[in-house]
Write a new protein. Structure first.
Length: 150
């Protein structure tokens, strides 16, 4: 009996281990809703300098996700240029992508560098990201295409 259990666990581990390089949704939304950035206004990072929860009154569907904004002005800015405001790597943890994996990201763990928004998974990862950000961006840019759906 133990032999069968061990074999099943091995097969499951191998199966899930190969998912790391599989395609992912273009925008990370979590499991419980379809909100990009956990419902935070992506434009606010650039205009207000902080993460701010968006409103159900100002929403836009983009790349298969629902984006929420604090105002009509922010919604209009996003519609005019979504690539400028959308987080890099679909809102997945930038550090994880740099290391050939994907992970969720926390809206309050962010960095804007050269006009691009990057998110991270945890405070520890965010500190590590900031210590060597330029190298991680280069690595993540090279890794990200393997995760994009065709």
């Amino acid at each position: 009996m133990k032999r069968i259990t061990c074999t099943v666990i091995t097969v499951i581990t191998i199966s899930f281990g190969s998912l790391a390089s599989a395609a992912v949704d273009a925008i990370y939304t979590g499991f419980f809703n379809n909100d990009a950035l956990s419902g935070y206004d992506t434009v606010a990072y650039f205009t207000m300098g902080e993460p701010v929860r968006g409103s159900d009154d100002y929403i836009y569907e983009y790349m298969g996700a629902t984006w929420k904004f604090v105002s009509q002005e922010h919604l209009d800015l996003f519609i005019a240029n979504p690539e400028k405001y959308a987080p890099q790597y679909g809102g997945y943890c930038a550090y994880a992508v740099a290391n050939g994996d994907t992970a969720s990201a926390e809206p309050d763990l962010w960095t804007i560098h050269e006009g691009k928004l990057y998110l991270n998974y945890s405070s520890r990862i965010n500190r590590r990201w900031r210590d060597n950000m330029l190298e991680y961006i280069e690595q993540a840019d090279a890794q990200w295409p393997q995760f994009e759906k065709e």
